[in-house]
Design a protein around this ligand. Structure first.
Ligand SMILES: NC(=O)c1ccc[n+]([C@@H]2O[C@H](COP(=O)([O-])OP(=O)(O)OC[C@H]3O[C@@H](n4cnc5c(N)ncnc54)[C@H](OP(=O)(O)O)[C@@H]3O)[C@@H](O)[C@H]2O)c1
Length: 261
């Protein structure tokens, strides 16, 4: 199976920790040069040092905030003039938890901007090079909620569905150009985000975090919470030449938790 990404450059968003960081590590292991994007410059510098690199790879970072789409656009537009990108991993912090009916209108517009609009900005910037190369990968980190909405994640459920349909539509439009667009749907991967969701649920329900974690594990056929690396393996596979004929799909990485196909 051809998993070799030597000579390719990946832009991996939300990559100072969690799933984004693990994806950057896996892509670098397969030979890709990686450009990290996140807000925290110190952490970005730390991750750069940890990325595996041989003579063919050079890793960079861009400090940008997905709540500032125009700023993100300007920084990435400037960067790609010198560094064309072959692989885009769309990923950023998830919306806060809470009931859909109780969410402020602003929470929806903010999440739409951070997820759909920023994805669209990045895709529009990077697709021209992919089109010219006749090869490209767009991989979106979303959530299993696009298959079965998750209780207590109202804004997230809504926005993830929008991203999934955006991606599916794009896959029709770009498939003939050698560019694939796919989604990876994490279930429960132990990251900063999951930790904070567990803690806030524990507080709300008057339980300990350990109790909440145990309840979550009961719902997972694999009998354990996953790791960011579990999710990153799916990202790396979809980015690889081996995934050439896979386009427009959702891959849940959830230990079998999602109760639908
Ligand atoms: N972990 C799970 O079990 C799980 C399950 C389903 C879905 N997901 C989704 O998968 C995605 C990644 O999750 P994760 O668990 O890896 O999250 P995480 O541990 O919170 O990491 C989020 C990453 O995104 C960056 N980020 C956050 N807000 C940003 C912003 N405004 N602009 C630019 N970068 C930003 C953070 O870096 P800086 O702070 O340096 O900017 C960090 O590197 C999220 O959308 C999450 O909701 C996760």
């Amino acid at each position: 199976m051809n998993l070799d990404l030597t000579g390719k450059r990946a832009l991996v968003c939300g990559s100072t920790q969690g799933i984004g960081k693990a994806s950057a590590m896996e892509l670098a292991l397969l030979g890709a040069s990686v450009t990290l994007v996140a807000r925290n410059e110190e952490k970005l510098k730390e991750v750069i040092k940890q990325l595996p690199a041989d003579d063919t790879e050079s890793h960079h970072f861009i400090v940008a905030d997905f709540t500032q789409p125009e700023d993100l656009k300007a920084k990435v537009a400037d960067y790609i003039e010198r560094n064309p990108i072959d692989i885009l991993v769309n990923n950023t912090g998830g919306p806060a938890g809470g009931l859909a009916i109780e969410a402020e209108l602003e929470e929806y517009t903010k999440a739409f901007s951070q997820h759909v609009i920023c994805n669209q900005i990045l895709a529009q910037l990077l697709i021209p090079n992919m089109r010219q190369a006749g090869w490209g990968r767009i991989i979106n980190i979303i959530s299993t909620s696009v298959k079965t909405p998750l209780k207590g994640l109202g804004v997230s459920n809504t926005i993830r569905a929008a991203v999934a349909n955006w991606a599916k539509t794009l896959s029709f439009e770009l498939g003939g150009l050698g560019i694939t667009v796919n989604n990876v749907l994490p279930g429960s991967a132990m990251t900063g985000r999951l930790e904070s969701l567990i803690n806030s649920r524990a507080e709300k329900e008057g339980k300990t975090s350990e109790q909440v974690k145990a309840e979550m594990i009961k719902e997972i056929p694999a009998g354990k919470i996953g790791t960011p690396e579990d999710v990153a393996a799916a990202v790396a596979f979809l980015a690889s030449p081996a995934a050439n004929y896979i386009n427009g799909i959702n891959i849940p990485v959830d230990g079998g938790r999602t109760a639908s196909l």
